[in-house]
Design a protein around this ligand. Structure first.
Ligand code: ASP
Length: 328
């Protein structure tokens, strides 16, 4: 099992079941559900950072290498476990993706309860963001009394009241890719997406080939971080394609990061803020990869922020390992 750092608690819970012959898709989905239900993980499900209207909109997708089928929901609201709905799309429809109100209705038809996903702390974070958007409107931030943290909240850490994340600090997601002992692969990704996004914005997590992809003949991969970069690189599918060609997971991941860095230089011609003062992408993005031979990797563009990934293998159980950075 390989995934984002916030996949560790779920991996711990699922690893023994997987070793006992559990299906890789079940494991990947159950891992995501742990983060979806955690109100302190501001990047996924309950307690996820809302969109610019203060509404939590979720993206999720799963893919099963055994059937080469996938399901996804995008911009779904008020459903605690979008990853389960993505699985229903895969198993109970002839479609690959359902969006927005249609996804919500579909989930309700299948018995998912209506759930408020905004928590008191994410509501406070959203208000603070609105109050700091402009000095030309009529909103005022409260008088400064709480301490402003120096860095973005990490996964699993509740947002600080006085903290307003910058544009590139509003990312976070859970991904889990699984290779079972019988050689079958599956993967799942779930997210509340980019914090304060434009309502209806769909990121890579709901897009098979971008935020996740697996192929029974090659391996599995998924991403966290700036979804637009992952979409524009068709990243996860490209990584799996390189595995098929014989690349190691680490080389395949670093090659996609190289492409993303080059592609961003082009995009910066019309969107200069995408590059930092050092000429490198101003955002971060990570990939989690496992090949059919059991080799795995976690790679990141910068190695700042989210510095570790979750891995569990028979030789050594669930643990966090450092991500391999492209820019050292
Ligand atoms: N990749 C997700 C998205 O762009 C969010 C993230 O991981 O930061 O929606």
């Amino acid at each position: 099992m390989v995934g984002s750092a916030n996949a560790l608690p779920g991996s711990r819970a699922q690893f023994e079941r997987l070793l006992a012959g559990g299906a890789p898709l079940d494991a990947a989905i159950e891992v995501c559900k742990v983060a979806e239900a955690d109100p302190d993980d501001t990047s996924v499900g309950l307690g996820g950072i809302p969109n610019e209207d203060g509404v939590v909109q979720l993206d999720a997708a799963c893919m099963d290498g055994r059937t080469h089928n996938s399901g996804a929901v995008a911009a779904i609201e008020n459903i605690l476990h979008p990853i389960e709905v993505a699985r229903l799309v895969m198993e109970r429809t002839d479609h690959c993706q359902i969006f927005g109100v249609g996804a919500y209705r579909f989930a309700r038809e299948h018995g998912h309860p209506h759930t408020e996903l905004l928590t008191d702390s994410t509501r406070a974070l959203w208000l603070r963001w609105k109050e700091n958007l402009s000095d030309q409107d009529d909103r005022l931030p409260p008088p400064p009394k709480s301490e402003t943290p120096k860095s973005a909240p990490s996964k699993g850490e509740p947002p600080k009241t006085g903290f307003v994340p910058t544009r590139f600090e509003r990312h976070g997601t859970i991904h889990c890719s699984v290779l079972a002992l019988d050689g079958e692969v599956a993967c799942a990704t779930s997210t509340s997406g980019l914090g304060f996004k434009i309502p209806g914005r769909v990121g890579d997590s709901a897009i098979v080939g971008a935020g996740l992809y697996c192929d029974a003949e090659a391996g599995s991969a998924g991403s966290t971080g700036r979804g637009e970069a992952s979409i524009l690189a068709c990243a996860s599918a490209m990584i799996v394609e390189q595995l098929r060609g014989g690349s190691s997971p680490k080389d395949a991941g670093l090659e996609i990061l190289r492409r993303i860095a080059k592609q961003t230089e082009r995009q910066a011609r019309w969107q200069p803020a995408l590059l930092g003062p050092d000429g490198r992408p101003a955002f971060d993005i990570q990939f989690y990869i496992v090949g059919l031979d059991g080799r795995f990797a976690g790679v990141t563009l910068h190695g700042r922020g989210q510095g570790r990934f979750a891995v569990a293998e028979p030789a050594a159980g669930p643990r966090l390992e450092p991500l391999e950075p492209f820019f050292t």
